[in-house]
Design a protein around this ligand. Structure first.
Ligand code: PFF
Length: 519
């Protein structure tokens, strides 16, 4: 027997959970760098443009889809066009692929919390990270066995995810009361520490000094769209799943605006914490800021530990705060990604919540072992690249076509406005029918051309094939299989004429043949 569907116990619970999934590692180690690299303060123009023309419109689409269908991505899509269920499954699979490597980064953070007490990275954090923590092999061709301490961290992470999702949405609403404010507090501590260090101002100037000439480069605009998409956790079934638990009267538009602004505000603020510390490091080393700037894992696990070691007092304390921040930032993104697959799986199979969660956590952990092997980081990098450049963009494009063209932008706007305090205007339709799909299409084609011309990173062609193209094709194949396998989904979303038994799509009300009301 299928379990009854729960609701969020408060509006704050839903908003915090959505904000928690959006605010992740990317806000700290991706946004500040992208901003600095693409015109500093001037980057805020394309960034906000992307937020208004793609981020907020798609947030409204995903919240609306989930609430309308009261189900995860596949059924939400199938309720509009039954044959589109596969695209919904693809978004769930992308979410699951992401969480399998996202958790291995959290495993690194667990280990660094431990090392912070003694500043164990010593005078060479780069060698420490590569040789001791990761035990890096020469390339993706040699996996070189498991790093056991990382495996322990991975296990701990998956146990936390399982415990948090154990009671479903009810426990999530409680946990986010801690896991969302905590990293904000940690970030404030780090920003205050950073801004009071010598050299901090130089770093901040580097971060925000506007270079308006960059705005003529289309790559800068694409970077803004890419960051908005990833940062707001769009195209990954997560927000659709969360919105499916909204009560009948739950708001859509206002919530979307809140989530979008809180997330982008956090990213902007994180830039101050990161660049003030980089300014300090540059001054200590007698180098220009440009030479110490880093992003991604190198920023968090090499550059930041170097900064921590140079702090005048309480260095271990700030180390623990920094890595606790990474961990708390990551955890709500991680369980959101699991729920993004869990919700539709439960809806499609009718299996018990607990069973689905245990199954996903065990499979996620098993796949994660691969990423905590000594060659795992290479694969993490490859898979992450392809999922972001192709997976998310494809799904966002599908969502625009599905809602804007197949369902009808005007009809969907009416639907979301009915249950929202804030009414959205015609601009939303223009974004969802034209601007966003055009940008996503351009994104996809340019990534494809780039991908075909040169293999990503300096990895051999076969590794690009295995971690990129074949992995993506397998995900599409599996999504199509799921779409067919769970025919129940298809049937469940069709209406039927009680007298002539003809099936119709969900949005029809009367039988074309005999005029009887459909049920
Ligand atoms: N938005 C997260 C970040 O910026 O780090 C990444 C992410 C988390 C994407 C959760 C998707 C998701 F469901």
């Amino acid at each position: 027997m299928a379990e009854a569907r729960e609701n969020w116990n408060s509006r704050a619970g839903f908003i915090l959970a959505a904000v928690g999934s959006a605010i992740g590692l990317g806000n700290v180690w991706r946004f500040p760098y992208i901003c600095y690299e693409n015109g500093g303060g001037a980057f805020l123009i394309p960034y906000f443009f992307a937020l208004f023309t793609c981020g907020l419109p798609l947030l409204i689409v995903e919240f609306g889809l989930g609430k309308r269908a009261r189900s995860g991505a596949p059924i939400s899509f199938a309720k509009i066009k039954p044959y589109m269920a596969w695209a919904g499954w693809l978004s769930c699979l992308c979410a699951f692929i992401i969480v399998t490597y996202y958790c291995s980064i959290m495993a690194w953070s667990w280990e660094y919390i431990w090392h912070s007490f003694k500043l164990a990275w010593g005078s060479n954090p780069e060698v420490f990270f590569n040789d001791q923590v990761l035990g890096k092999t020469a390339g993706p061709g040699s996996l070189g066995g498991i790093q056991w301490r990382l495996l322990l961290g991975l296990l701990l992470t998956w146990i936390c995810i399982m415990a948090i999702l154990w009671k479903g949405i009810k426990s999530v609403s409680k946990v986010v009361l801690f896991t969302v404010p905590l990293p904000v507090i940690f970030l404030i501590i780090l920003a205050i520490r950073g801004m009071t260090l010598p050299g901090a101002i130089d770093g901040v100037i580097y971060y925000l000094q506007p270079d308006f000439s960059k705005l003529t480069d289309p790559r800068v605009w694409l970077a803004a769209y890419g960051q908005i998409l990833f940062s707001l956790s769009l195209g990954q079934s997560v927000l659709i799943a969360y919105a499916s638990y909204l009560p009948e009267k739950g708001d859509i538009n206002n919530n979307a605006f809140l989530v979008g602004f809180i997330n982008c505000g956090f990213s902007f603020f994180a830039g101050f914490a990161v660049f003030s510390a980089l300014g300090f490091l540059a001054m200590e080393m007698g180098l220009p800021v440009a030479q110490v700037v880093e992003s991604g894992p190198n920023l968090a696990f090499i550059t930041y530990p170097t900064i921590i070691s140079k702090l005048p007092f309480w260095a271990p304390f700030f180390g623990v705060v920094f890595f606790m921040m990474l961990l708390t930032l990551g955890i709500d993104s991680a369980f959101a990604l699991v729920e993004g697959f869990g919700t539709p799986l439960r809806d499609a199979t009718g299996c018990k919540h607990i069973k689905v969660i245990i199954l996903l956590c065990v499979i996620g952990l098993a796949i994660g072992i691969f990423y905590v092997s000594r060659g795992g980081i290479y694969w993490l990098d490859i898979v992450d690249h392809y999922i972001n450049d192709f997976g998310l963009v494809t799904i966002a494009l599908m969502e625009c076509i599905l809602v804007g063209w197949m369902f009808g932008g005007g009809k969907f706007r009416k639907f979301v406005n009915e249950s929202s305090e804030l009414k959205i205007g015609k601009w939303w339709e223009i974004c969802i029918m034209f601007i966003t799909p055009l940008v996503m299409g351009y994104f996809l084609v340019s990534s494809l051309v780039k991908g075909i011309m040169e293999p990503y990173g300096n990895y051999p062609g076969w590794a690009n094939w295995a971690g990129g193209w074949i992995m993506m094709m397998a995900a599409v194949g599996l999504a199509v299989y799921f779409g067919k396998r769970f025919r129940a989904v298809k049937v469940a979303v069709m209406k039927v004429c009680p007298s002539c038994k003809i099936r119709y799509e969900d949005d029809k009300s009367f039988c074309k043949k005999c005029g009887t009301r459909l049920v």
